[in-house]
Design a protein around this ligand. Structure first.
Ligand SMILES: Cc1cc2nc3c(=O)[nH]c(=O)nc-3n(C[C@H](O)[C@H](O)[C@H](O)COP(=O)(O)OP(=O)(O)OC[C@H]3O[C@@H](n4cnc5c(N)ncnc54)[C@H](O)[C@@H]3O)c2cc1C
Length: 398
């Protein structure tokens, strides 16, 4: 598979082409057929991919744009884009909650925290889940109720998080808690790194429509060291909004890469006959695939631009929101088109031997619904764009 099959928008420089080949050689060696399949049908990072993250970490490619002193490889934004899209073509999406925490520790951590956490993050030793959402705090995240009360060198934390995706196989939680109840809600929140193996933490599964596991995490008198607080006490909201911007970039390709969905549909059309005629001769199929290829290329350019903005340190919340919306809705359009092209066979699940593309499109069709919510709902993203990107007034509060 090669995204360039239908891309004429860009060409690699000789150095980039060389780097792309280096990445392909590495992936050829490291990505087994089993790992590829495991990664392709599990949109939330499965165990094999966590192990692979550590292989990448050993090469400095888990946080590729970071300087070598922190365990990165000092890659440029263009090289990071190449790494991300080549890995996606091998079924591996390089976007996990750990990719959200890393830049935040880099930006807001004290020197001591950076020394402690950045190498662990870059090597894959520390794997994170994000702990923001609660039963009464989703879109209105600042309404969160989980409490942390100082006690000696620690805080004692009580309460519940939901949708902490990947918590069951993570080592740490980026945890948002209330540390002051006597101030306006945005001003009483602090952010911590909590070790998920601490006594008093219970993790239990929640299942999505696509049979993917996410988790509820319960804290019962859990001690979290004060030294693990990111930023000042009660100043967590600003950091969270920044972290959400990073998250929107990560989720735009971290679960399903829309380009891969489009590539697979093109491959399917090339290999399949309907009523004795190749699908590629059907004018409707051709028009649909050409349109999706245009949109996949737009997504590709969006991600290149985002990586460039991140490297420059100028990624804005609304620019990330725009890409997050595009990625979620393009994936939904592509999965829907796939279901139309495949007809009734498209509904067969991955465990059926008759399922086209081993049930991949059916699975994406179900999962893509979830993409409207991850990192904040698309309605919220559009609202953010309207206010921050277009200068429109806030919506009236009802
Ligand atoms: C599979 C999955 C994985 C997730 N993973 C994580 C994770 O790892 N960590 C984490 O902390 N959270 C996670 N989330 C939570 C996710 O961020 C929330 O679902 C999201 O913020 C929306 O919150 P909610 O589900 O409570 O919906 P609600 O806030 O109840 O919203 C419901 C609907 O109302 C709309 N709505 C609400 N308020 C407004 C408004 N002001 N204007 C316009 N429309 C509005 C929303 O757009 C949405 O369509 C995950 C969610 C899912 C489904």
């Amino acid at each position: 598979m090669d995204f360039k099959d239908y891309s004429t928008a860009e060409r690699d420089t000789p150095e980039q082409a060389k780097f792309r080949q280096e990445v392909r050689d590495f992936l050829d060696k490291e990505v087994t057929a089993e790992l590829r399949r495991e990664a392709e049908v599990n949109f939330f990072i499965p165990p094999g991919v966590i192990a692979f993250m550590r292989t990448l970490g050993a090469k400095g490619w888990l946080m590729p744009e970071w300087p070598k002193e922190y365990g990165g490889a000092g890659l440029s934004s263009a090289e990071k884009s190449i790494l991300t899209e080549e890995a996606a073509a091998y079924g591996i999406r390089l976007g996990s909650p750990t990719d959200i925490v890393g830049p935040i520790v880099m930006r807001y951590g004290t020197e001591e925290q950076k020394k402690e956490w950045l190498p662990k993050i870059a090597s894959g030793e520390a794997i994170f889940a994000i702990g923001y959402t609660e039963p009464n705090a989703g879109t209105d995240l600042a309404a969160l109720e989980m409490r942390a009360i100082p006690d000696g060198d620690d805080y004692i934390v009580n309460g519940q998080k939901i949708f902490s995706t990947g918590a069951y196989q993570s080592t740490h939680h980026l945890l948002a808690v209330r540390t002051n109840v006597d101030v306006p809600k945005h001003r009483g929140i602090s952010l911590f790194i909590a070790d998920l193996r601490t006594p008093g933490i219970t993790i239990s599964p929640q299942w999505t429509i696509a049979d993917e596991r996410t988790d509820a995490v319960f804290y019962d008198d859990v001690r979290v060291p004060k030294k693990n607080r990111l930023g000042e006490e009660n100043a967590g909201w600003l950091i969270i909004t920044d972290a959400l911007t990073v998250e929107r970039e990560v989720v735009s390709y971290g679960h399903v890469d829309a380009r891969v969905v489009v590539d697979k549909l093109i491959q399917y059309a090339k290999e399949t006959k309907h009523n004795g005629k190749p699908l590629t001769e059907d004018p409707l199929v051709r028009q649909t695939l050409a349109q999706l290829a245009i949109e996949a290329n737009i997504f590709r350019l969006f991600t290149h631009r985002l990586n460039w903005l991140i490297t420059k340190g100028t990624l804005s919340d609304w620019a990330a929101a725009m890409v997050k919306i595009w990625s979620a809705e393009l994936t939904q359009r592509a999965a829907n088109a796939g279901m139309q092209i495949m007809g009734l066979y498209g509904q067969l699940e991955p465990d059926s031997k008759w399922a086209p593309l081993e049930g991949y499109i059916e699975l994406v069709y179900r999962f893509s619904v979830v993409m409207s919510f991850g990192g904040g709902s698309n309605e919220l993203m559009r609202s953010l764009m309207a206010i921050k990107g277009m200068g429109l007034p806030r919506e009236p509060r009802i």
